[in-house]
Design a protein around this ligand. Structure first.
Ligand SMILES: [Zn+2]
Length: 563
């Protein structure tokens, strides 16, 4: 087997780490179609370390000096990647062990506390071993330590501590053209050289400011396709995308800077295409719940599109208003365009034409290092101003990679009840839907729900003094439903320590879309199923040939031995 991130060593001393050694206060897990996430909640920040062991395969998280302030019995996960999670209290501290199935990749990173909402967390994502060396549709950059997102994950602490934005802001800078595509050429000036030089200067200028990190889609003179640029941007999980180009015009008099942002026309055709393939759409909007219907995907997509367009425009406006002052060039204003490279709803995007190669005055700026430095500083200054002003957009749950689904409001619902039902905060619900807290909900209204790393709990253990109606209320359930689910008659008393089911057991179904070269047994293995189960669930006879694009229903079985 090939394992990337072997013995990956991470020691994160998060902001404000002085004080008591961290206690693990909760361990949660979440099975997604393409990875398993384990989250440790910590009482305080401190050092931690992730490493791997062979035979049997394990990932070990050590928290020196730490302890447990939660149940420490083994936690069964039982999906295709993680068997279970165990807690060991050692002399040197707390240790959490993930017992794994063979063939995995992983990444581990820490998240700083969000005051009043989330504690300090250590997150371990376990992925299936990559099957091919080719580009993957999803940003699967686990544990390699080389991809931008992985780098970002591996060192969240120093940037978060120093950042005026509360976390690192990642700007994807895209120098237009390159390699055999020189872009516009006038005399000895080539667009591809100018865009790369401005991009490099922008990188330095931004990274000299606290809180910014830059990911370049191209760092030399080579060709990068538009799809690849978009993939790079997506896997960098950027907060903004800036594409740099130079203009040319038929008349020498045409000059100045031109700013473009996402066109709704281009975006809507993209939406149609995206909706044609739900899986694709889910990638595009980031983590829509696998069971979501087309309507749900459309809602999340539309919400994000509206926000991306608004933010792209505001970002362009910041650049526009500083153009003449900082570059000496006139601004030709802000326009909409359907540039393929901007057609993403993953992050706000602006395409900048930094001047006309065909104009002598613009050329003076474009052809000199001092001129290009001015352009870079102008962009950096504008982005800095934008993120200072719109700092809160960085925490928009709609743009997080957490799972999203759509909830239709029923009679008697309120925000608190809905938030509780999904185990999320009212604040997240409000901000994902642009609501005012005082807003009245309409019956039938659809809300985007951004679920936490774990769904609402499945069980509740009764404590002294609790009543059925109190427990029902706490989880946003009807008392009668809770009673029925647990065969409780009205007059029955609850016993302390009794376990109540909070949700009906429904087997989780995942859809797998067959890719080129995949066999039934490979797919079965990937989800920890027998070929026979997978075949019978889908009404296939063994020798059936799979078609590329064919959808298979995957119903995970229990974790019983010898299945
Ligand atoms: Zn160009």
């Amino acid at each position: 087997m090939r394992r990337i991130g072997n013995a990956l060593l991470l020691v994160a001393a998060l902001a404000g780490s002085a004080g008591a050694a961290p206690q693990v206060t909760a361990i949660r897990h979440w099975t997604a179609p393409d990875h398993t996430r384990i989250v440790l909640d910590l009482s305080a920040s401190g050092a931690w370390r992730a490493s791997t062991r062979d035979g049997p395969e394990r990932i070990v998280i050590d928290i020196p000096g730490g302890g447990f302030d939660c149940a420490t019995g083994p936690l069964a996960v039982g999906d295709a990647l993680v068997q279970r999670v165990r807690c060991n209290t050692l002399r040197q501290g707390a240790q959490v062990v993930l017992d794994l199935e063979d063939g995995y990749r992983y990444r581990a990173f820490a998240l700083a506390a969000i005051p009043g909402t989330k504690p300090v967390r250590v997150v371990v994502d376990v992925f299936p071993e990559r099957r091919d060396g080719g580009a993957s549709a999803t940003p699967s950059n686990a544990g390699t330590g080389t991809t931008p997102a992985a780098e970002r994950a591996a060192s969240p602490a120093p940037a978060a501590a120093a950042s005026p934005f509360g976390r690192e802001v990642v700007i994807v800078v895209d120098p237009g053209h390159g390699g055999e595509d020189p872009g516009a050429v006038r005399d000895r000036l080539r667009e591809k050289d100018i865009t790369l030089d401005v991009a490099r200067r922008l990188e330095r200028s931004l990274e000299s400011r606290p809180g910014f990190r830059v990911v370049l889609t191209r760092s030399g003179d080579y060709t990068v396709g538009l799809a690849k640029r978009r993939d790079l941007a997506a896997s960098a999980a950027g907060d903004a995308f800036i594409s740099i180009h130079c203009n040319t015009g038929p008349r020498r008099s045409a000059r100045g800077v031109e700013l473009f942002y996402l066109s709704p026309r281009g975006a809507s055709s993209r939406r149609v295409q995206a909706l044609a393939d739900l899986e694709n759409a889910a990638d595009l909007v980031g983590g829509v719940h696998p069971a979501a219907d087309a309507e749900a995907v459309r809602l999340v997509y539309d919400e994000r599109l509206a926000k991306v367009m608004q933010r792209s425009y505001r970002m362009a406006l910041r650049m526009h208003s500083r153009t003449r002052h900082l570059t000496g060039l006139p601004s030709r204003g802000i326009k909409r365009a359907a540039f393929a490279v901007c057609k993403t709803v993953a992050m706000p995007a602006v395409l900048v034409e930094v001047g006309f190669l065909t104009n002598p005055l613009d050329r003076e700026v474009l052809a000199t290092p001092a001129g290009r430095q001015k352009l870079a500083d102008w962009l950096a200054e504008s982005l800095d101003a934008y993120f200072h002003k719109y700092r809160r957009t960085l925490d928009d749950p709609l743009f997080s990679t957490r799972d999203k689904l759509v909830y239709r409001v029923r009679r008697g619902d309120n925000l608190t009840l809905i938030a509780r039902r999904y185990g999320i905060s009212v604040e997240d619900l409000v901000s994902a839907n642009d609501l005012q807290r005082a807003d009245r909900l309409a019956v039938g209204q659809r809300l985007v729900v951004v679920a936490d790393a774990t769904p609402a709990p499945r069980e509740h253990t009764v404590r002294r003094g609790e009543t059925l109606s109190g427990i029902a209320q706490r989880y946003g359930l009807e008392t009668a439903d809770l009673a029925r689910l647990n065969d409780i008659r009205r007059h029955n008393r609850l016993l302390v320590g009794q376990t109540l089911r909070l949700r009906p057991e429904a087997p989780q179904r995942i859809e797998h879309v067959v890719r080129r070269g995949e066999t039934l047994s490979e797919i079965a293995q990937r989800y920890g199923l027998s070929v026979r189960d997978l075949a019978s669930d889908n009404g296939l006879s063994r020798p059936d040939r799979l078609r590329v694009g064919q959808r298979l229903v995957v119903t995970p079985r229990g974790t019983g031995e010898g299945g």
